[in-house]
Design a protein around this ligand. Structure first.
Ligand SMILES: [Zn+2]
Length: 273
């Protein structure tokens, strides 16, 4: 999601007896510092960070937390290294001061502690599970499961007050990943953006995603173009077009992500040849 489009991302804090964990760091150093200061109003315990996925609005505040350990999926680090500089230039160029200057000044810090499927963090008297449940909003989504509190941080796999965002998504995989999210959602579910939701909400969004995937498969099988078929999807036009683009890319078995120069050309960002 980009600034001005929907709400700013959620951040989270999980406190144990010996350490605390911050979930996502927002999109600039000042925004990251604001979260770090808010955390310090609550606890002075040693701090660790986890990024739910490699999108700028969840990770570009990482620098403000150094030298803390930063956890994330291995492809989250890859995404930030590959796409981060282009996205930084892109969003700096389409926002107003002072945000534009703050974005341009971001030092991209990919997670240094990475994993492929699961990592378990002991915060002292409280265990937190970081789980990659499959591809969905990106190929590196992580949910942060706090079983003793029945809280699940879902990142942008779940969106409240805004449709799911498909720009880097895997629309054909997302429904089964949502089933796995729903299975873990025993209590509060914190979405990537918007208000806290629950399992019923996750199921309902999962149903929209399943209908999206089904419509995309049918449209592809019928040889229909995106222009012709987007209206079959249960999404607003911009989202439906992006979902179809991404689903077709999966069905054609094309590489999921463009190299930086191609991404820059697509976004109209100069100087990334
Ligand atoms: Zn995202």
């Amino acid at each position: 999601m980009s600034p001005g489009e929907g709400a700013y991302p959620n951040a989270g804090l999980i406190v144990g007896d010996a350490a605390c964990l911050v979930v996502d760091t927002r999109m600039t150093h000042p925004q990251g510092r604001e979260i770090a200061e808010a955390v310090r109003q609550v606890t002075a315990l040693p701090l660790t960070v986890v990024n739910t996925h490699g999108h700028f609005d969840h990770c570009f505040g990482n620098h403000a937390f150094l030298p803390a350990e930063i956890w994330g999926h291995e492809r989250c680090a890859e995404m930030l290294r590959r796409d981060g500089p282009v996205k930084r230039a892109y969003f700096a160029g389409r926002t107003e001061p002072p945000l534009s200057a703050e974005l341009a000044a971001v030092e991209i810090v990919p997670p240094g502690r990475t994993f492929a499927t699961e990592a378990v963090l002991d915060l002292g008297g409280r265990t937190v599970h970081l789980r990659h449940l499959g591809r969905g909003h990106t190929d590196n989504d992580v949910v942060v499961d706090v079983p003793d509190a029945a809280v699940l941080f879902a990142g942008d796999l779940v969106e409240e007050g805004y449709p799911p965002v498909f720009g880097d998504a895997f629309p054909l995989d997302w429904p089964s990943t949502m089933d796995a999210v729903a299975a873990l959602a025993t209590g509060a579910v914190v979405p990537g953006h918007g208000a806290v939701v629950d399992r019923a909400f996750v199921r309902e969004q999962g149903d929209t995603l399943a209908r999206t995937a089904e419509a995309a498969r049918a449209a592809y099988a019928a040889g229909r173009t995106v222009d012709d078929a987007w209206c079959d999807l249960p999404l607003p036009e911009d989202f439906a077009r992006q979902a179809l683009d991404r689903a077709y890319r999966q069905l054609r078995d094309d590489p999921p992500y463009d190299p930086p120069a191609v991404l820059a050309a697509r976004l109209g960002v100069p100087d990334f040849a």
